[in-house]
Design a protein around this ligand. Structure first.
Ligand code: GLU
Length: 304
């Protein structure tokens, strides 16, 4: 049994690909308030495993913004960019178990593959039974076989997935030598003893993959709650690509109130004129996960 058994441990895991925007603030608040309301720890992990898309400057801005918003995490943040050894060890275990295989396929060779619901190519199985003569491994993939996985999400309800048709054998070590997000998140959550994952519903499609990987590695599966995705007026998920407005570190309260409202918590209007400390006092006393809507929902215009 893990040393953390029975103790709630949550986390917020932003990717420093740009400044904190409203969508990530929603995930930060939801995960933090749920952890605190359950008497648990709330950890921070900087998900900079995809180095070409991340920057130290963005990570620094996110940390400063979280501080300005009054977030207090437990312990020092974990940086994925410093954890290659742990990811490599996990991959070795999967190799020893025979559940991963080297893949020589180029992006171009996979261009005609069927697409998963999230737009990613479903691997057609080319190298699954071994590399063709003369071909060199570029990446390592996890076999999904006919794994069907279901879980009870605290907000989204029952989610059932058929990994073969929804994801296919997915990459754990990329052709550019970087470990994939799916491996990093499972290894990190397991090592930190995370019992509950509260994050945006844009990651719902990753969850079955992560549960399959947890089974392959023999680590515990946390409980999941996927928060509604914040979209702009055009229905697009807020992100750096949709030019979501960065938050204002000098006046964070309006965005914090908007995030609570977005999460269905019905904050009183006068909170907007109060301090960050007053906002957290109200939120801590009034947070109810069962009020969070499934979404997706439009972010308030001022922060979209
Ligand atoms: N780093 C991911 C993101 O910013 C979140 C991963 C997770 O919470 O599991 O979208």
């Amino acid at each position: 049994m893990s040393q953390h058994a029975g103790i709630y441990r949550g986390r917020f895991a932003p990717s420093p690909t740009g400044p904190l925007h409203f969508g990530s603030l929603v995930a930060a608040m939801g995960s933090c308030l749920e952890a605190r309301s359950r008497g648990g720890a709330w950890l921070l992990r900087i998900e900079d495993v995809d180095a070409p898309r991340c920057s130290m400057a963005a990570a620094g801005e996110i940390l400063r913004m979280l501080e300005a918003c009054g977030f207090e995490w437990d312990g020092a943040p974990v940086w994925q960019s410093r954890r290659d050894e742990a990811y490599a060890a996990a991959l070795e275990r999967l190799k020893a178990a025979g559940v991963v295989f080297p893949c020589a396929c180029t992006r171009r060779e996979l261009a005609d593959s069927a697409l998963a619901p999230d737009g990613a190519a479903i691997y057609p199985g080319t190298c699954r039974a071994g590399l063709a003569p003369g071909r060199e491994a570029r990446a390592w993939r996890l076999r999904v076989g006919d794994a069907r996985l279901g879980f009870e999400d605290a907000i989204q309800g029952r989610i059932d997935s058929d990994l073969a048709t929804e994801a296919g054998d997915f990459v754990l070590l990329r052709a550019d030598g970087l470990f994939a997000y799916q491996l990093a998140v499972v290894v990190d959550d397991a090592e930190a003893g995370i019992t509950d994952v509260v994050r945006g519903a844009d990651l719902l499609l990753s969850t079955a993959r992560q549960i399959h990987l947890q089974h392959c590695l023999g680590v515990a599966t946390p409980a999941y709650a996927h928060l509604p995705v914040a979209v702009n007026a055009a229905g697009e998920k807020l992100s750096k690509q949709t030019l979501a407005a960065p938050l204002d570190a000098n006046h964070p309260v309006p965005a914090l109130v908007a995030a609570l409202d977005f999460l269905g918590q019905r904050p009183p209007a006068e909170l907007v004129r109060g301090t960050v400390a007053e906002l957290w006092a109200w939120a801590g006393a009034n947070w109810r996960l069962e009020r969070v809507p499934r979404g997706p929902a439009t972010a308030p215009a001022a922060v979209a």
